[in-house]
Design a protein around this ligand. Structure first.
Ligand SMILES: [Zn+2]
Length: 88
């Protein structure tokens, strides 16, 4: 994370943006333990909280376009979510 700390110190990012970026990175690391993520795929935080990297809060979408569709309320199937979860 040294690179992010450096960007904060030179004023490139706010602390909020840094936390969001770190959250995204952590989420990808958590999912990668269970699913072979590709670069194109995007990890989504179901509850909208980028700091909640609990597996049940994470879903993987095929692309940023699919991910954005989800954020706009469209019904898109994730390519991965924790097995056994009953969400509709
Ligand atoms: Zn998302």
């Amino acid at each position: 994370m040294a690179d992010l700390v450096e960007l904060y110190s030179v004023g490139q990012f706010t602390m909020e943006e840094i936390e969001r970026l770190v959250g995204i990175r952590l989420a990808r690391a958590v999912v990668a333990q269970h699913y072979p993520l590709t670069r194109e795929q995007v990890v989504h935080h179901v509850d909208g909280n980028q700091r909640n990297n609990d597996l049940v809060n994470l879903e993987v979408y095929a692309s940023q376009a699919d991910h954005m569709a989800v954020h706009h309320g469209q019904a898109v199937e994730p390519v991965w979510r924790l097995a056994g979860l009953n969400r509709t």
